[in-house]
Design a protein around this ligand. Structure first.
Ligand code: AHR
Length: 508
């Protein structure tokens, strides 16, 4: 019996914000140097920005890029990265035990973002940094002129302000690994005082406070409550960070990672709603899921990178967190993308962490090519096709038991684009052997036509894209059969991530 997927015109979750499809570049490993920036590379433009990488980012339709960190930001002085390059200091980066030359700083990031067509999301240092330095950073970036820092920006060649809109109040300050980590109440006080200054300098800023860095910290979710109780009125959103890995070695558990993300979002929205009630506020707190991805932390070579050879410490752009993604990872990311779309009423911003070389969909060779990793495709599908309104649907799908409890074998999300009159349906089938037949029932959309089907399916779970075989794992188009077109019953293959495009007449 086919599983019924029931959609009703007008029954939607929310408009999907452009900012849901953001990403992240940190001064970490080769994300910046030999990632987005490599003067002398055959594809580099006059500022040293790699055009091959920019083209891929454009194809991914990345909306925002968070910068400069990450853990890096908690020891970073933004003033090190401005002015003439030859006068910029070379520093020790405490987060990644690397050497930071500061050749690429805030002005270069602004220029790069403009050329790449992405909106900057910048983070201030609330580790070693002070509220006043954050205020100066806003002044340098967003004030037109006539003050010390705004005039300095002009002297540095940027006559017009950067007008950065999205700002993170530090990074993962709940994590003991963070430079100058803080307890919840101490962070909340510092974040509030910083936010006040930043808003005095530019009231239009949209600020994001640090929420939990992972669900595994003992402070989760008390941290979130304590922080929100203090900063609620000053911020637009609270951040969530989580990396997913195959920690049990059981493929079903890993494929079911979307349940973990789903639970995390439920917990944080509930916590935020509790604080809203306690403060008698009328405002709903949004979530910025500004770090998520698959990251096999255990057993990755970067863990003992510094221990193996002490001479590796404090080198420029060492090859850190260079994860090579598999077909299995692409399926897992497909499930996570669905979860983000299904929570688009509260998750208004998100950043795939990261974008280039460091746990990233794009991977480069210094002085060589750039390739698309397997996870490039599920992100691209969501970002390109997951626009418009996220649809609510009903589907009674089978469940299996995983470490996350009862887990749906089909994880899905759907969006309706009013302009193109198309519905995009994303479906992950985590069942390792069973294809699933689904029957699409669309009420109130007029005539429905199956238009296109793309699938990520049929590869070895460990298959990867490499410099030698860059297209080993790519989506394939599969035409609909006449029977499928007539019945609107479609087979979803075992272990696959599919994108079905449906043409409708429109909402009636
Ligand atoms: O993305 C890699 C690191 O993971 C980031 O620097 C940090 O914020 C998180 O712990």
């Amino acid at each position: 019996m086919a599983i019924k997927y029931l959609f009703q015109a007008g029954n939607y979750i929310s408009e999907v914000e452009d900012t849901l499809y953001g990403s992240f570049i940190e001064h970490l490993g080769r994300a910046v140097y030999t990632g987005v920036y490599e003067p002398g590379h055959p594809c580099a433009d006059e500022q040293g920005f790699r055009r091959d990488v920019m083209d891929m980012i454009k194809e991914l339709k990345v909306s925002t890029v968070r910068y400069p960190g990450g853990n890096f930001v908690s020891g970073y002085n933004w003033m090190d990265g401005i002015g003439p390059k030859e006068q910029r200091p070379v520093r020790l980066d405490y987060a990644w035990l690397s050497k930071e030359t500061n050749e690429f700083g805030i002005g270069e990031f602004y220029d790069w973002a403009k050329k790449t067509g992405v909106t900057p999301m910048v983070a201030v240092n609330l580790g070693t940094g002070t509220p006043q330095e954050a205020g100066y950073f806003v002044e340098y970036s967003n004030i037109k002129g006539g003050t010390y820092f705004s005039d300095l920006r002009k002297q540095h060649g940027h006559e017009e302000p950067f007008n950065f809109k999205y700002w993170c109040l530090g990074n993962e300050m709940d994590g003991p690994w963070q430079t100058c980590h803080l307890e919840a109440d101490d962070y909340a006080k510092k974040a509030l005082e910083t936010a006040k200054i930043m808003h005095w300098v530019d009231p239009s800023l949209k600020l994001v406070a640090c929420g939990s860095a992972t669900t595994t910290l003992p402070s989760y979710p008390e941290w979130d409550r304590i922080v929100l109780e203090r900063v609620y009125n000053e911020v637009e959103a609270l951040s969530c960070h989580h990396y997913f890995e195959n920690s049990t070695g059981n493929i079903n558990d890993f494929l079911g990672s979307f349940v973990l993300m789903d639970n995390f979002i439920h917990t944080i929205t509930s916590t935020a709603d509790y604080v809203k009630a306690k403060l008698r506020s009328k405002k709903d707190m949004m979530i910025s899921f500004d770090e998520y991805n698959i990251w096999s932390i255990a057993g990755e070579p970067w863990m003992d990178f510094f221990d193996r050879d002490p001479n590796n410490r404090f080198t420029k752009a060492p090859p850190l967190l260079e994860q090579h993604y598999t077909f299995l990872d692409a399926l897992v990311l497909g499930g996570l993308m669905c979860t983000l779309i299904n929570h688009s009423d509260r998750v208004k911003m998100a950043s795939l962490a990261q974008l280039v070389n460091v746990i990233a969909p794009i991977f480069t060779k210094p002085n060589g090519e750039a390739i698309k990793q397997t996870i490039y495709y599920p992100f691209m599908w969501a970002s390109v096709y997951g626009r418009g309104k996220a649809l609510r649907y009903f589907a009674n799908v089978p469940h299996i038991e995983t470490i996350h409890g009862q887990t749906k074998t089909l994880q899905s999300a759907a969006t309706y684009n009013e302009q193109t009159k198309e519905i995009s349906l994303f479906i992950l089938n985590i069942d390792q052997t069973q294809d699933q037949e689904i029957s699409l029932v669309l009420d109130g959309f007029g005539k429905v036509e199956l238009k296109d089907r793309q699938e990520l399916v049929g590869y070895e779970l460990s298959a990867q894209n490499t410099f030698i075989t860059p297209d080993a794992v790519v989506p394939k188009h599969r035409a609909f059969t006449d029977a499928e077109k007539q019945s609107l019953c479609v087979k979803i293959p075992a272990l696959s991530f599919s994108l079905l495009t449906l043409k409708v007449e429109g909402e009636l």
